[in-house]
Design a protein around this ligand. Structure first.
Ligand SMILES: [Zn+2]
Ligand SMILES: [Zn+2]
Length: 757
């Protein structure tokens, strides 16, 4: 072995293994040209994989002779900047997730799959000299080739594939290939616009299209507080009731950032929310604004990603995965509707985009703003501890008045398919005034249960611990957990009895009942079943906003941020499920739903009413919410969590396991439990202030033990010291990964789980 210094490259390979991998660099490659954040092709097992360079080292724990050599460097320059590499390293260690998968999931699909994806810029096709000099009449019968030539003739600088496609039809791509082969047409790549220089001087008039609205006193002082910390890490919570003008505060703050030549990242929970928000942003600013969300195709995503990474896009609005987008001039992050559950990914890497955004802001030393009418307990707790500024907006902008809330006690009332007389009368009153009514039912389909009146048979899913929902329109039974579908039985499969009852109310049934009671009224149902077609949600929302429909029926989908100026009555048909759930977060979710839903009623000059049907009108939490508002509710809920030592006063991690037999997941979780118990003892003997605060709940079956034919169990770890949580999990992972026998189940770790029951 020579004394020559080794060039060992550390990479992240997309595999479920929780480690980095070392590779050698061949002598023909200058090691100075290999930088962190570049993609490389590496041999892995019997295949080759695209990996990301993490760094260089001259030492390795692996036997040098066993090290393999990088096959190919795929990028000329890093596609991930240093700050994102640092962030992803943090994600891998905080969520205890394999680093290769973390890096992989942060990249657009083209970067994951295509070796040549780094070719930035656009490809343009144009005519060659040969074509200009050729006699085109020889192509008389090659109609498509002729047509392409004609199109290119008019644009000597060249056309993109999309531009060509807009005028060509049929097999034109094959014709283009032929033209390239005979050298009549050539393609070249136009370099993307260069990153803007630091401190460039765009005229401010150019950036601002329209001035902002008049800000009231509260909004002004919120903007003032944000302005004081506009260039350093500073977290603020804008706790603003519906209609208090949070967005206007964001816009004023964004304006400051744009004037400073900064980019802004705005995270939103739903794609459904982005068009409205984008419109407002575009009305105000003339900089380049784009939204990044799951409905885009891979090419569109890639383009937006690259344009954001090179600084062209100044405001990026996106759902949770947008938090990983490189932004060289990032000046601030805004998280709208911060309480929303969709910021937490519920499979794969179970990350919280909100927590990652906080870390990203801290690393970059820039401000971050969280906004909500119903802040999460976690954020309110940060405010209590002085880690986040609490900016309250309590005034409704303009003339809008808060809605009146009625509890409808359904005990002893005759319910006409889930609707009380009181509610039906209320609906009539609002319709008589030519207003709109919004009815919420958080269940899709027609009826959630089918029951045999003779033998008691119930429509269970054979693959899940769940009931099959009857969908009337498509006349079948469907499981909402594994998506299996079955025809509706004509008679009981057990006893042959023909009288099967449809129990419970789904939105489809609410629609049918409402149409029967109000035959002359327009009714529209908005749920996942009616909005599957692309653009369907958008057009339904527009119809609803224009006041063309008078009764709107929907699931929680409708509760989020949509603005219906003519709705004056909002009703939740059944709130009891949220009142008596074993999930400690259920009251928080219910309170958020009630407040968000109430926000849909009576904006602008029309005063609204909210009606909640319940069999428990005396419930304490509910009454606190109605009498003292969300902040009164939140104080009480936080006090209760503190008393019971639940998050945010404690930290949790959930170990989930899944197998084809119950015994398998049980054995695995028992094994985890034993390992963790030993770690707990070790921590308690070595750490004086550990105070035996590590607790376990389980192993127990998951709330739905059987799902899609698999059996699932879980083990919850809870502690008041975060370091103990991570210490325990690190030891557990090491032990489990060293034990092949333990790995015969699918298992995962969920840090800060949002749904544990
Ligand atoms: Zn039966
Ligand atoms: Zn199922």
């Amino acid at each position: 072995m020579s004394e020559k210094k080794l060039n060992i490259i550390q990479v992240a390979v997309p595999t479920p293994l929780r480690r980095k991998f070392d590779y050698l660099l061949s002598d023909v490659i200058n090691p100075d040209h290999v930088l962190p954040g570049m993609r490389v092709l590496v041999p892995f097992g019997r295949t080759k994989k695209i990996a990301i360079v993490l760094g260089k080292t001259s030492e390795t724990e692996i036997d040098i002779k066993k090290l393999r050599t990088i096959s190919k460097i795929l990028d000329k320059k890093p596609i991930l900047p240093e700050d994102i590499i640092k962030l992803l390293n943090w994600v891998a260690s905080y969520y205890h997730h394999p680093i290769g998968e973390v890096f992989q999931s942060a990249l657009p699909v083209h970067y994951r799959k295509k070796e040549s994806a780094s070719e930035q810029g656009v490809t343009l096709w144009s005519l060659t000299d040969i074509a200009w000099q050729a006699d085109w009449s020889q192509l008389k019968r090659a109609v498509r080739q002729r047509s392409i030539l004609e199109q290119l003739k008019n644009t000597p600088e060249g056309l993109t594939k999309q531009q060509l496609a807009s005028e060509q039809e049929g097999q034109w791509q094959a014709a283009l290939k032929v033209l390239c082969e005979k050298n009549w047409v050539s393609s070249r790549t136009k370099e993307p616009r260069q990153k803007r220089n630091e401190g460039h001087t765009d005229s401010q008039i150019e950036m601002i299209k329209n001035q902002g609205l008049f800000l009231n006193h509260e909004q002004q002082s919120a903007v003032e507080s944000l302005r004081q910390n506009k260039t350093v890490y500073f977290a603020s919570l804008i706790d603003g009731i519906t209609g208090s003008g949070k967005t206007e505060v964001y816009l004023s703050f964004i304006e400051e950032q744009l004037k400073n030549a900064r980019q802004v990242l705005v995270l939103v929970p739903e794609i459904g929310l982005t068009p409205q928000l984008i419109n407002r942003f575009e009305h105000r600013f003339s900089v380049k604004i784009q939204s990044l969300h799951s409905a885009l195709n891979n090419t569109q995503r890639m383009k937006i990603w690259q344009q954001t990474a090179n600084g062209e896009i100044r405001i990026l609005i996106g759902t949770r995965s947008a938090v990983f987008t490189p932004m060289p001039e990032l000046g601030a992050i805004i998280i709208d509707e911060e309480h929303d559950l969709s910021f937490k990914q519920q499979d794969g890497i179970r990350y919280s985009a909100k927590d990652i955004a906080l870390v990203r802001a801290k690393n970059a030393d820039i401000p971050i703003i969280l906004g909500s009418a119903t802040p999460s307990m976690e954020s309110l707790y940060l405010c209590q501890r002085g880690k986040m500024a609490h900016l309250k907006l309590r005034q409704r902008a303009g003339n809008a008045k808060p809605p009146e809330v009625h509890l409808i006690d359904v005990r002893g009332q005759y319910l006409q398919h889930g609707m009380s007389r009181t509610l039906i009368d209320l609906i009539k009153q609002h319709l008589a005034r030519e207003n709109q009514v919004l009815l919420f039912q958080n269940r899709r389909g027609y009826s959630p249960v089918l029951l045999c009146n003779k033998c008691g048979w119930i429509s269970h899913c054979h693959r899940c611990d769940a009931k099959l929902t009857y969908h009337r329109q498509r006349n079948h039974l469907r499981c909402h957990h594994c998506q299996i579908e079955q025809p509706l039985p004509m008679q009981c499969p057990e006893c042959g009895h023909a009288d099967l009852s449809q129990l419970g109310m789904g939105t489809e049934r609410v629609e049918k009942v409402v149409r029967e009671i109000f035959p002359e009224i327009d009714v529209v149902r908005i749920d996942r079943d009616t909005t599957q077609r692309k653009g369907a949600l958008q057009s339904m929302l527009e119809l609803a906003r224009d006041g063309k429909q008078q009764i709107l029926i929907g699931t929680q989908m409708l509760a989020k941020g949509h603005h219906f100026p003519n709705v004056t009555l909002v009703a939740i048909l059944d709130i009891d499920q949220g009142l008596y759930s074993i999930d400690f977060r259920a009251p928080e979710r219910l309170a958020q739903l009630i407040v968000q839903v109430s926000g849909r009623a009576g904006r602008e000059e029309k005063k609204g009413q909210v009606a909640l049907q319940t069999s428990h009108p005396e419930d304490e939490m509910l009454n606190t919410l109605l009498n003292q508002g969300y902040s009164g509710f939140a104080d009480k809920a936080l006090a209760e969590r503190k008393e019971l030592l639940l998050p945010p006063y404690a930290y949790q991690a959930l170990i989930r396991a899944e197998a084809n037999k119950i015994e398998k997941y049980q054995t695995f979780l028992e094994y985890c439990f034993q390992v963790l118990t030993q770690v707990k003892q070790l921590i308690e003997t070595t750490d004086a202030d550990a105070d035996s605060d590590i607790q376990f709940l389980g192993p127990i079956p998951a709330p739905m033990e059987k799902k899609a034919g698999k059996f699932r169990g879980q083990l919850l770890i809870q502690t008041c010291q975060r370091k103990h949580l991570h210490q325990s999990l690190n030891s557990l992972i090491q032990t489990v990964e060293a034990n092949k026998a333990a790995q015969r189940v699918r298992w995962s770790i969920d840090i800060d789980p949002q749904e544990i029951y």
